[in-house]
Design a protein. Sequence first.
Length: 208
Amino acid sequence: MTEEEKMLMGKIYDCSEPSLAAKQKELNQLNETFNSLSDFSPKRGELLAKFAPNIHPSCHLRGHVYFDYGCNIFMGPNCYANYNLTILDVCPVIIGEGCHIGSNVSILTPMHPMIGAERAVYINEYGRLTDNEYGKSVVIGEHVWICSSAVILPGVKIGKNSVIGAGSVVTRDIPEGVFAAGNPARVIRPITDKDSLANHPEIFVERE
């Protein structure tokens, strides 16, 4: 079993293994070029297709983005992400269609041991410094809105049509159709018809 196969399965793996290290180096170079371009440069789509080929081409990612590998991010059609999206995808990150992601959101899959001695850095067979690392996949359902500065931790699943409040830290699964917020995030209430724009005429301006 290769180190990459171990990584994707959520097993302890060596992130400094040469082929994985080469993938990260290439990703970093493409990522840097992507971040140097204007939001509306046509070259951004071309670059994104190279370093994150499983992000649907209809998605729009603004400003700087930061990925570990890129190829392990699966993002459905018509998603939007505001500035400074970080996705550390040592395990698959699956994001459903039509999701909205606010600025400065982090979606994380890497894990380290809780015991300090088991996190200790060591020199591996390639003569490189490494440590014990593994990961847990993140799954985000369709039409989820993740508000600014939220952090989604490894192993979390968020149900479709839910909203995650700004600054929340999501440590456990969130069911579908709810508003959740806090640190750690908890369900505040269900999202109902009362939240519909049809029930909030005060936010509309009549056309002249």
